[in-house]
Design a protein around this ligand. Structure first.
Ligand SMILES: [Zn+2]
Length: 200
């Protein structure tokens, strides 16, 4: 069951406002009285955007952490899987979610912060965050495992050329990320600790 977090409309509005105020600033003589006044306006919009982002990230990281013992994230920085949260994982497989569909426009700048917040909250609750290598998560079919760039006819749509499975591209990728994260978490905590690399 996939749940997408809706985009934050007010964020776009503030961004448009910021662009407008910055344009005005660029037309003024640097360090003139009018320039200083305009600069203050620009800074206020920056501050507003930071507040909106901060609230959004806190609200959603709290919600995710409250409802899931294991959270899987795509790790764009490292290529190997790492386990970033210690502690017990209660009932792995029952309360799990892959994050997906977070408003990219917001998280382009907030993603690092979002991940830190989720990890912090998970550690605090005794949960875990599994970081998953990003390879093929967007090209792999979550139903049949077939990997192909042709499975992505467009940015938004996943359509498997092998089995015909169709889904929101982010949802399909999230399912792959979740499966890989769960495999890694079972590998790290399960009774039969194997040395094998978890199947993606
Ligand atoms: Zn398929």
């Amino acid at each position: 069951m996939a749940k997408l977090i809706e985009p934050l409309d007010s964020f776009r509005k503030h961004e448009a406002r910021l662009a407008k105020e910055q344009r005005k600033l660029s037309l003024k003589t640097r360090f003139s009285n009018n320039w200083v006044k305009q600069k203050i306006k620009v800074n206020r919009v920056h501050e507003k955007i930071a507040n909106v982002r901060h609230d959004f990230l806190h609200k959603h990281s709290t919600k995710i952490s409250q409802n899931h013992a294991v959270v899987a994230v795509e790790d764009l920085q490292v290529s190997k899987m790492t386990r970033s949260a210690k502690g017990t994982i209660e009932e792995p497989g029952r309360h799990v979610a892959a994050k997906s569909g977070l408003n990219k426009a917001i998280l382009d700048q907030g993603w690092g912060m979002f991940r830190i917040l989720v990890e912090y909250k998970q550690v605090w609750r005794g949960g875990a965050v599994m970081a998953v290598a990003p390879q093929y998560t967007s090209q792999r079919c979550a139903e049949c495992d077939h990997v192909s760039p042709e499975n992505r006819p467009s940015q938004a749509v996943f359509s498997c050329v092998a089995c015909g499975h169709r889904d929101h591209a982010d949802v399909n990728a999230a399912r792959n990320i979740l499966a890989a994260g769960l495999a890694e978490s079972l590998n790290a905590c399960g009774p039969e600790r194997s040395s094998g690399i978890p199947r993606l």
